[in-house]
Design a protein around this ligand. Structure first.
Ligand SMILES: [Zn+2]
Length: 720
């Protein structure tokens, strides 16, 4: 092997690395590109070429070894430079003392500790190269996360360039979160625009960081380029994009650790925090060094609500790196750090009333109406009580003071009553005998049913609203303009009698509606529909072309959710052929069975259900299976697994390249796999392929497979 690298080669290598890093940065940060995609690929290939001749150049600093190895897309997998461990937890002082004693014993001394708050946000891994932002990824499984660099560029507290004298490579760990004040504001705005609110600040942070801002930008660009697209649509798209960016800008970052680092000598956790501060990275102002761990835990348990963000505990770390190394880590977590988790917050509030709601399938569910109270980050005034038995089991009376918490920090749950506070005025809950919405007598559909239902599926307003809302939901037709408030307006204002006429809605039918018409001045209405109306109409058009399985889900047939619907859509080419299928035919399908088959046959036998199908068809809703366009069929019967990122393809793009030629893409390697396609940074699937002797194709081999089929790909590998 050559060991001497000619000076010319070395300087060309440096030059190429700079060009590529710069291009990547601009790409990620949405700056103007300096080189074209072709030039980029040429430089990258030249770099690969040099490194294959001089492997010692393949250092950690080379772009060929970094994130993805190729320009990655939003949510593409990113392998962290060093693993992100989770932390072990303790839940009380005694457990913490046991942990501290073990540290003393293992080290033969009591170390200095660093204590910090455990922010309830979303963990991220950020890489800076030569002081410039290179990538941001979610934690994922600790080894591989998702690329969120594109969205992260909008978060002001994530600097694009570091200050001071940053090390040449710096991998930083931190938490992205919303301050409580921001969170409350976001939720109140979501409520105003009739969107679903976030359950807690952590969910809000995760949801916000995972928005497809890139797609929204593409949509705006497309609409701008298309002379036919209306001003209105362009304006709507622009507003949506602006909203998405505005909320991203409200996210904050706090950093609390370092992963891989090159070009800095650090002796302790606290020293690394000083470096992070000097680099201009946001370090929490609440950390402390050399404190008493027990006192630290107790102090913050009492003051957890004095911080601007939600915390779910504190973290205690051994400060000195040498001692950290001595303690090492388990397979899951470091031995030198521990998280003290505070118990889920339990609050008390007044149970004002128990009412019942009517679900999509007519199910009557009692729910608690309480004095609004703040718990685990958000204000709660309602909690489901599931059914009558549950109310009895909890032993709660209307007028009681009740204990309330959030199960899993998300779902409000009444634990029980504070019986000592009763004054005799409390009342027992009595399940109503008629539906609160349509006054039909409610009943148990089957004798053994715990649940009671309103049998008036055809015209019970509450059920109609829930069904419409479900049609618009993500699992069904994904109609953004059809949220709960829009659904309620359509039924309550008499615009729709039921879902049959949904796709016949026009501007004219929405005019005059309280919800869908622009207000001119207080009290009076214009004759123009507002943004909610426009959105609904344009989204309904798109929904008409959704795949067959989504239409099936939208019909609200009992037991037919997304999974069953997809199974049915695979077996049948159209809704008509499902309707014509016999019960026996349906029942014999794997994953359907008799009960579901019966439910399907029964649904289609009802006249007003048939009317829904007829009217949807008349309005242009596609009830056929639209077969994916086949480019060729030379991969028919071939099963492949794709791992790592393929240059020139997004993850979906690479899959589609295979399926559009008749092939199948699987997620795991087995003996039945014909080829494993390996891109940059392949995972364990590559090892599995080798183990099973499955042929492995690189990018070139993949191109051969797509172009000329499996036998050409085999001979490309020198196999017969
Ligand atoms: Zn009813």
């Amino acid at each position: 092997m050559t060991t001497d690298i000619p000076t010319k080669t070395r300087s060309r290598w440096v030059e190429l690395v700079e060009i590529i890093e710069d291009a990547r940065r601009r790409y990620y940060l949405h700056d103007k590109p300096t080189i074209s995609d072709t030039e980029y690929d040429k430089c990258f290939n030249e770099l690969l070429d040099i490194e294959s001749k001089f492997p010692m150049l393949k250092s950690l600093d080379s772009p060929t070894q970094s994130v993805g190895g190729a320009r990655s897309e939003m949510f593409e997998p990113v392998t962290h430079l060093s693993r992100m461990y989770s932390l072990d937890n303790v839940f009380d002082d005694q457990e913490l003392k046991t942990w501290l004693d073990r540290i003393d014993k293992d080290l033969g001394q009591t170390p200095h500790y660093l204590g910090e708050l455990k922010i309830d946000g979303l963990a991220v891994d950020i890489v800076y190269r030569n002081g410039l932002l290179s990538s941001v990824a979610t934690r994922g499984d600790g080894t591989v996360g998702e690329d969120v660099t594109y969205n992260a560029q909008f978060i002001p507290s994530i600097p694009r360039a570091l200050t001071g004298k940053p090390p040449s490579l710096l991998e930083v760990r931190g938490e992205v979160f919303f301050e409580l004040a921001q969170f409350d504001q976001i939720n109140s705005e979501l409520e105003k625009s009739s969107k679903t609110e976030f359950a807690n600040p952590r969910n809000a942070a995760a949801g916000t960081l995972r928005q497809r801002v890139d797609r929204r930008e593409e949509e705006v660009a497309k609409a701008q380029a298309n002379s036919k697209s209306s001003e209105k649509r362009l304006a709507t798209l622009r507003t949506e994009l602006d909203d998405a960016i505005t909320i991203l800008q409200k996210l904050r970052l706090t950093v609390h650790g370092i992963g891989a680092v090159d070009g800095a000598k650090l002796a302790s956790q606290s020293e690394s925090y000083q470096l992070l501060k000097d680099c201009g990275l946001p370090v929490s102002s609440h950390y402390q060094v050399g404190m008493d761990p027990i006192k630290f835990v107790t102090y913050w348990q009492e003051h957890r609500h004095d911080v601007e963000h939600e915390i779910d505990g504190v973290v205690i770390k051994v400060d000195n790196f040498e001692l950290q190394r001595k303690l090492g880590e388990t397979a899951r977590a470091p031995r030198w750090a521990i998280a003290f988790k505070y118990p889920p917050e339990v609050v008390t509030t007044k149970l004002l009333d128990i009412k019942v709601s009517v679900g999509r399938t007519g199910r009557i569910t009692p729910f608690a109406h309480m004095q609004p109270v703040k718990v685990a980050g958000s204000t709660v005034e309602m909690a489901t009580l599931h059914n009558e038995q549950e109310v009895i089991r909890k032993g709660i009376l209307i007028g009681d003071t009740v204990y309330l918490r959030k199960a899993g920090d998300v779902i409000p749950e009444i634990i029980g009553a504070v019986e000592s506070l009763r004054d005799g005025s409390e009342k027992k809950f009595v399940m109503p005998i008629v539906c609160p919405s349509c006054k039909t007598n409610i009943l148990a559909v089957k004798d053994a049913d715990v649940d009671l239902r309103c049998p008036n599926a055809k015209s019970c307003p509450a059920q109609l609203i829930e069904r419409l809302f479900y049609i618009g939901s993500r699992q069904a037709l994904d109609i953004e303009g059809l949220g709960s408030k829009a659904a309620a307006a359509l039924i309550n204002e008499g615009i729709l009698k039921n879902e049959a006429d949904l796709f016949d809605l026009t501007e004219a039918s929405l005019i005059g509606s309280e919800f869908f018409t622009k207000a001119v001045s207080a009290g009076s209405k214009s004759n123009q529909i507002n943004m909610a109306g426009e959105k609904l109409l344009s989204q309904l058009e798109i929904a008409k072309t959704r795949p067959l399985w989504r239409i099936l889900v939208a019909l609200s047939i009992r037991h037919v959710g997304p999974t069953v619907a997809q199974t049915l859509a695979k077996e049948f080419s159209s809704l008509q052929s499902i309707i014509s299928a016999s019960g026996q035919q349906l029942a014999s399908i794997d994953g359907v069975g008799e009960i579901i088959a019966e439910s399907i046959s029964e649904w289609f036998s009802i006249d007003w259900h048939q009317d829904i199908v007829k009217k949807w068809q008349g309005a242009g809703v596609s009830l056929e299976q639209t077969a994916p366009k086949l480019l060729s069929d030379h991969l028919t019967g071939i099963s492949v697994v794709i791992t790592g990122s393929m240059p020139g393809y997004s993850r979906d793009g690479a899959n589609e390249a295979v399926t559009s030629r008749g092939g199948k893409v699987s997620s795991s390697v087995s003996k039945k796999t014909d080829f494993v396609i390996v891109g940059a940074n392949p995972g364990s699937k590559f090892d599995k392929a080798q183990e099973l002797g499955v042929p492995v194709l690189d990018a070139d081999g993949f191109a051969v497979l797509l172009e000329s089929g499996p036998s050409a790909a085999r001979s490309h590998l020198g196999l017969s």
